[in-house]
Design a protein around this ligand. Structure first.
Ligand code: ADP
Length: 406
């Protein structure tokens, strides 16, 4: 641009000199002409610059608009993200003034009133208020477990700094009730399993000690003890086997090997293996195969389920008939194991799937059960998306129905 202007000035001077010396034009006229030409050139230049600036301005304007639009979108996205975060979150400034809190945080407020909040407000639930107070006061990272409305939260405060000065903090509350409950269940399960294993081990230990005593020579007791040791040993085996089975089922790695199979064959195999146990108690097992269609299940796992249900029907019946049926119920295939035994109360029906839960502890232990049979049944059926329906009346009998959608 400067170079062009310099060339133009030189050119004008040249024409000025030519005008004065070759055409003898009066110098004032030459100066006026030169002035007009220079003015024209600068006008053109200004116009050109103006149009360039206009284009540049328009470009900048669109760019700024884009950036602010994107910033607006980002801000909106951030606001939507924070407000929809499932965990309660609150942002405070250095004076404890609440700058922002999300929808989930609302459950920590006692009133729904829209007003300016600070950490000293009584509006927060007590444990939340105390945590926020500490976070604002100590100006450092704080982690603490608090309980609000019977839910456990891991509260975490992260301080924010600007130019090395505390400028506020962001606090999040993670609901850990489920994790804690899971932990408690796990502990309970380990305690129950240890207790279940300890009982037969202690019994065996006691009997072996007596048998080993010097001078012990009672043949009748020896025989009785050896029989009991054998019984306790098989109970131990059963518990360990069921524990392994349950652990495999809950590890989520177990893939059901489903195939089209005839369930009536699985039922027949179960009855054959349990007929000795039923005969010993004088119980009769009958079948009613109304539905003989093949279904898509894991035959090995289904064998375990049916074994458990028939075995329970035998264990918890002292008389009557046990009927195993296959039925059509709408679009479902139903397998029913029905007994006329002691039945299960409504309250117990809700709990019998819990590990080691027994309606009559003493009697169930004598029967040799592990207390895990129905938990295993439930896990296998869950993995098949099948339902287990119980109909039972105390002293009348029980019906366990497996509903499988075809
Ligand atoms: P167990 O090894 O004790 O039989 P289960 O998990 O198979 O464990 O069953 C849990 C409890 O449910 C049993 O202890 C028993 O009290 C009750 N139960 C299961 N099946 C029947 C049934 N057919 N009739 C009555 N009670 C039953």
């Amino acid at each position: 641009m400067i170079k062009e202007r310099y060339q133009r000035v030189l050119l004008l001077c040249f024409f000025g000199l030519v005008g004065v010396y070759m055409f003898n034009l009066p110098s004032f006229l030459v100066i006026i002409l030169l002035g007009i030409t220079a003015g024209y050139f600068s006008y053109q230049e200004a116009k050109e610059r103006e149009s360039i600036e206009k284009v540049e301005n328009a470009r900048l304007h669109t760019q700024i608009q884009n950036v602010t639009f994107q910033a607006d979108i980002r801000q909106e996205q951030l606001a939507a993200l924070i407000s929809n975060l499932p965990m309660p979150l609150i942002l405070l400034d250095r004076n404890g003034e609440v700058l922002l809190f999300n929808d989930s945080f609302a459950e920590f407020r006692q009133s729904k009133e829209q007003r300016r909040l600070t950490y000293v407000h009584n509006d927060f639930e007590r444990p939340v208020y105390r945590f926020i107070f500490d976070a604002t006061l100590f100006e450092r990272e704080i982690r603490k477990t608090i309980v609000v409305h019977e839910k456990e939260y891991e509260a975490y405060s992260e301080p924010l700094f600007k130019n090395n000065q505390f400028s506020g903090c962001v606090i999040v509350f993670q609901d850990i009730t489920k994790i804690k409950r899971q932990e408690a269940l796990q502990k309970q399960f380990i305690a129950d399993a240890s207790h279940e294993l300890k009982t037969p081990i202690s019994a065996i230990k006691g009997m072996v000690e007596i048998l080993n005593r010097e001078g012990f020579n009672d043949e009748e007791i020896r025989k009785d003890f050896l029989e009991q040791i054998e019984y306790e040993n098989s109970r131990l085996e059963r518990i360990v086997y069921d524990l392994l089975q349950l652990s495999r089922l809950s590890s989520e790695q177990l893939v059901m090997k489903r195939e089209s199979c005839d369930v009536t064959q699985i039922i027949d195999a179960s009855i054959a293996s349990l007929s000795y146990k039923a005969n010993k108690k004088g119980l009769q097992i009958q079948t009613n195969y109304e539905n003989k269609e093949p279904i898509f299940v894991d035959p090995g796992q289904m064998q375990i389920v049916i074994n458990n249900l028939i075995s329970n029907a035998i264990t918890y019946s002292d008389h009557g008939v046990i009927t195993v049926s296959t039925l059509y119920r709408g679009d479902s295939y139903v397998i029913e194991v029905k007994d006329e035994g002691r039945g299960i109360s409504k309250e117990d029906q809700e709990r019998i799937f819990e590990r080691f839960y027994r309606t009559d502890k003493a009697r169930s232990r004598v029967s040799g059960g592990s207390g895990l049979g129905l938990s295993i049944v439930k896990s296998v059926l869950d993995a098949h998306n099948a339902q287990l329906v119980i109909e039972s009346e105390v002293d009348k009998g029980s019906s366990f129905q497996i509903w499988i959608k075809n």
